[in-house]
Design a protein around this ligand. Sequence first.
Ligand code: PHE
Length: 344
Amino acid sequence: MKAQLENIYSLAAADIEKANCINDLDEIRAKYLSRKGEFNEIKKNLKNLSDEDKRIIGSLANEITKKLETSLQEKHDKFYKEELNQKLQKERLDITLPGKYIPRGKVHPLTSTTNEIVSILQSLGFSVVESKDSPEVETEYFNFDMLNIPQDHPARDVQDTFFTTVAKNVVLRSQTSGAQIHVMENQKPPIRVISPGRVYRNENINARKNNFFHQIEGLYIDKNITFGDLKGVLNEFIRIYFGSSRPTRFRSSFFPFTEPSAEVDVQCIMCGGKGCKTCSGTGWLEVLGAGMVDPNVLRGVGIDPEIYSGFAFGMGVERFAMLKYAIDDIRLFFNDDVRFLKQF
Ligand code: PHE
């Protein structure tokens, strides 16, 4: 039996020696050391031996089993390490390689300028009108008629206004002032609203003009509103946007829907008032149109001008952005050139 044990041991040891992977080792263990393995078969015969032989053969069998277990375990550890290394090698990441460039989106300068203007005016008590009161596709009724703009006014000319084929009298709005009418038709005073949005004019495109641009309209209607309120609000607004050290001036002007009307200038931010190319040598830049809402307009929407009065104003967002960021060509806003856009 001793010879039998030693024979099996040398066969098993040789098998272990030849094993190539963890799987081989598992098979060897099953073949020799499992309950149905070859050693167990021999151990079954132990009961036929004398006590003395039982002890000797038994301990020899135990010793051999232990030796096999140990070398199986050693080989197993070795294979395991090798396989792990191979796997790590295969899945190796070069963390020094540059990562994929994921460009970060930015807010368009016209959007951020609009947001800034809107939030200043909100802080002065104005709220933004609902979009239903500010449609881009508009009727002549809102864009012209109710704003006291007569049928033969040159602004209606096909050269300025985009007419549509949708229906007679349907235009792409040429100004945000139509929002004034929508709001006053839907709301009783006091009214204190602003309305930002896109407007369209049939212009020849150049560095100063595009055939669409953006305006922000303002309207304040209540009892006892005076031109002093208009000046106070607009001066404060300009002071916050351009800085408190920048002087403003109000020039008398004309708009069909305001009386009296004014244009508001701010001291040229390029030359500080000395006169340069940007301000055409005048030292001033026009930034706003404004005026007291014409009594005719109030009557048209059913507001009694003997009881209520108010002012309106309108400004170009592109102009505000161009002045703040010293941009000299309006077309840059609309070209989608990332080299331009990523500067903001
Ligand atoms: N709608 C005028 C324009 O487009 C601006 C304006 C608005 C003037 C409100 C007075 C009052 O030029």
